[in-house]
Ligand binder design. Structure first.
Ligand SMILES: [Zn+2]
Length: 202
């Protein structure tokens, strides 16, 4: 796999949040030129780092099914891939699997079990699935956006006003936030002063 750099990683974080951002928007948020963004995206796509741009549906739309977890034994694991009701396949040993099946009812489940021909060792309904975000697991040399130190490790990621910032440590993040707050308070004050001036003119 190709080496990614800080810019690639920031691009990935922005697109993970919103894959519909345009090249112009990405360029602005990363403070780089549009051709730079375009070249980077082409590289990430060509090398299969970005495999596709997808959407996130409202959970209600995906609730039409009952999801059941099954621990099974099978001699024909390839069969499991043939059923679109089987939404997840995890292998324990050469014959033992944990699979998740989404079906409307018991009959649907029976059809999958008979069709795929596996032996059910255990069966558990899944009441709730909590989806976690998976940040990219890559080691990228990055510069801390607060102190400027260069580090190869997992950065602390902070999203603020449509931008992505990387920090080396919690202290830098805290200081960055404090500085931001101060700048904002200052801006607010300037704004108030401007307004009071306008007021005086009238
Ligand atoms: Zn730092």
């Amino acid at each position: 796999m190709t080496k990614l750099d800080e810019l690639d990683l920031k691009l990935i974080y922005l697109l993970m949040d919103n894959s519909r951002l345009s090249i112009s928007e990405l360029a602005e948020r990363l403070s780089v030129s549009r051709p730079t963004v375009k070249t980077r995206l082409e590289k990430l796509e060509k090398e299969g780092i970005i495999q596709r741009y997808t959407i996130k549906l409202h959970p209600e739309l995906q609730k039409a099914h009952n999801v059941v977890a099954l621990i099974i034994k099978t001699d024909k694991p390839e069969k499991l891939r043939e059923f679109e009701e089987i939404i997840e396949i995890n292998r324990f040993t050469s014959k033992k699997y944990l699979i998740k099946v989404a079906v409307e009812d018991m009959e649907g489940l029976r059809n999958v079990i008979e069709g795929a021909g596996f032996e059910v060792l255990e069966i558990m309904p899944i009441l709730e699935s909590i989806e976690k975000e998976h940040p990219p697991k890559v080691k990228v040399p990055f510069k801390c956006d607060y102190c400027g130190k260069e580090i190869v490790d997992e950065p602390i990621v902070y999203k603020y006003r449509n931008r992505v910032y990387f920090f080396c440590c919690p202290t830098c993040l805290r200081e960055f936030k404090r500085t931001r707050e101060n700048i904002e308070k200052l801006k607010l004050k300037e704004h108030e002063i401007e307004h009071s001036h306008e007021h005086h003119k009238h």
